[in-house]
Design a protein around this ligand. Structure first.
Ligand code: 5GP
Length: 208
């Protein structure tokens, strides 16, 4: 019997570096399945179709919505973003841990369907550093930067809907903490069954 993988949801205000954390986590743990979202946002320089996102026009995205193909979806900065359902379900069923890097609205929707998931919230060390990071990225106009800062404050108010907070001060240390959380979550008693009538040499606990 295959033990289902963990569902790990990572959110945090735009510019907190959650993408960088995910990239580094992927290098350390290539066995994890990182869900690739669909979006109507145009690709940024260097972004690759099927790697960063599945880039869709509005019509194709809405067709996917009609076909109920998303685990969750949200409108973020006037663009649609959604998590395709089938790849996530298949990866988990095959025993892989799955990471969704999605915004707070999406995470709250997933939480309703999968309360047993692990919900991580990445925060910047300070608001000043958050603004500096968004500005450094150099991809957004002042209007968009201000919008992102406004949304960051609203998102931060949802911190307590999550299980863990990761302050992204030093990326590699933040990833260390994420890895430790995943290791600990594999050991929670809820994931195991006590074998009361096994043979003396058999394991006392087995994954559920
Ligand atoms: P960006 O345009 O900077 O790549 O992403 C903008 C925001 O959309 C980020 O907070 C990111 O986590 C979120 N996002 C990316 N994919 C999804 C998704 O599939 N669903 C939801 N709800 N949010 C997403």
């Amino acid at each position: 019997m295959t033990v289902p993988g963990l569902l790990i949801v990572i959110s945090g205000p735009s510019g907190t570096g959650k993408g960088t954390i995910c990239k580094s986590l992927f290098q350390r743990r290539p066995d994890i399945f990182f869900s690739i979202s669909a979006t109507t946002r145009p690709p940024r320089a260097g972004e690759i179709e099927g790697v960063n996102y599945y880039f869709k026009d509005k019509k194709s995205f809405e067709e996917m919505l009609d076909r109920n193909e998303f685990l969750e979806w949200a409108m973020v900065y006037d663009n649609y973003y959604g998590t395709p359902k089938t790849p996530v379900i298949e990866a988990m069923a095959s025993g892989k841990d799955v990471v969704l890097e999605i915004d707070v609205q999406g995470a709250l929707k997933v939480r309703e369907k999968a309360p047993e998931g692990i919900y991580l919230f990445v925060v910047p060390p300070s608001l000043r550093q958050l603004r500096a990071r968004i500005e450094r990225r150099g991809t957004d106009s002042m209007e968009v930067i201000n919008k992102r800062m406004g949304k960051a404050l609203v998102e931060l108010a949802n911190l307590y809907a999550y299980n863990y907070v990761i302050v992204n001060d030093i990326v590699e240390e933040a990833v260390d903490r994420v890895e430790s959380i995943l290791k600990a979550e594999k050991c929670t008693v809820q994931r195991y069954r006590f074998v009361v009538d096994g043979e003396p040499d058999e394991p006392l606990v087995v994954p559920k």
